[in-house]
Design a protein around this ligand. Sequence first.
Ligand code: ATP
Ligand code: MG
Ligand code: MG
Ligand code: MG
Length: 438
Amino acid sequence: MRLSRYFLPTLKDNPAEAQIASHRLMLRAGLIRQEAAGIYAWLPLGLRVLERIARIVREELDRAGAIELLMPTLQLADLWRESGRYDAYGPEMLRIRDRHERELLYGPTNEEMVTEIVRAGVSSWRELPRNLYQVQWKFRDEQRPRFGVMRGREFLMKDGYSFDLDEAGARRSYQRMFVAYLRTFARLGVKAIPMRAETGPIGGDLSHEFIVLADTGESDVYCDRAVLDLAVPGVEVDYDGDLEALIRAWTSPYAATSDVHDAARYEAEVPEARRLHTRGIEVGQIFYFGTKYSQPMRAQVTMPDGSARLLHGGSYGIGVSRLVGAIIEACHDDAGIAWPDAVAPYAVGLLDLRPGDAATGAACAGLYARLQRAGVGVLFDDTAARAGEKFARMDLIGLPWQLSVGPRGLAQGTVELKRRASDARIELDVDAAIARIA
Ligand code: ATP
Ligand code: MG
Ligand code: MG
Ligand code: MG
């Protein structure tokens, strides 16, 4: 992409309303624009990040055996009356009426709808287990939307739902998602710690929140530092095999949110030097809730002996849009964002430091074409701005590599390659630069 033809409305000054770094940087780097409290437009650069995150989420879920579908954002109130949650959910639910006075709602989560879909589409024990997920916008009329996309009212969530014949099966489904989440967050470049958690309005008796430690996080957490050093399962993990040992390794060190924190156990189990009481960002949560929805909604299958069996369910959320903020909280410095490679909107920023100069122009055009041919995402700053301004803008938007072409280097046949995160710079020839990035 040539910057001269792109839409990247960056801001020079810090927006007054932004209290934390990620919110400030997302506005300044032209990733988002607020349209109403907690409601954001995703500008082109921000959308690319959102999509890259969603893609990794999908890859890891698919690997773990989950199947993607897409449900509508609007749901009938009557569906939620079946589970009893329509009245119970409270003011976070956005309630809507259509022209026929039918009551609808903008989905804050989808347990009811997916249960209805599976109830209609599955009748025999042979068709289970199944795990269905979507990446879809949610609306929750949060009392205090804040910190930008971290706590929006409209936000993008991956929500998944498992259906099994019995509790043992449902626990295996839960374990698969537990492992898939470990892999997903690691690939996204963040360290998310699974912590025992309250089940809240989803219900159920087993739950973990995945928390990225950060001072600006809204969750209050307690853990054993030992959990920070555990190895994330590799791509060879067998989701059909026994995951018990892996789960045990990850759930043995103490880690709990303040809602379920047990101070006596914490002090007994965790040596003082390893105790960590800090704050964190909830980037995902998984629940096992048994027959909480299948029972009132009569979602059941026929067993081999002809009897009916209620489905055992779990649900699994990841805050896709919140992750953009969480990643920036973990990956930025005074100059701006420093994207992890896996989610960067473009891999490299190409800077023509002497716009109008025939030699730098030709060298940049050649580099741009070669990088594109190599399949490398490149944002080419071909604008007339001064070099200093170009450097500052590239640092702000945080692409992992910066490739600068100036007349002095070019005279010696070199360009400068800079790694955004470490600020390491080297002068090298064009072929070597391309080899380094591609
Ligand atoms: P929180 O405790 O932050 O209010 P939650 O526990 O209500 O979140 P869940 O129902 O567990 O949220 O939803 C799954 C995931 O969706 C959360 O782990 C979080 O990453 C994301 N999420 C929830 N609410 C919001 C929001 N208002 N804005 C952005 N992401 C959100
Ligand atoms: Mg909430
Ligand atoms: Mg929560
Ligand atoms: Mg939660």
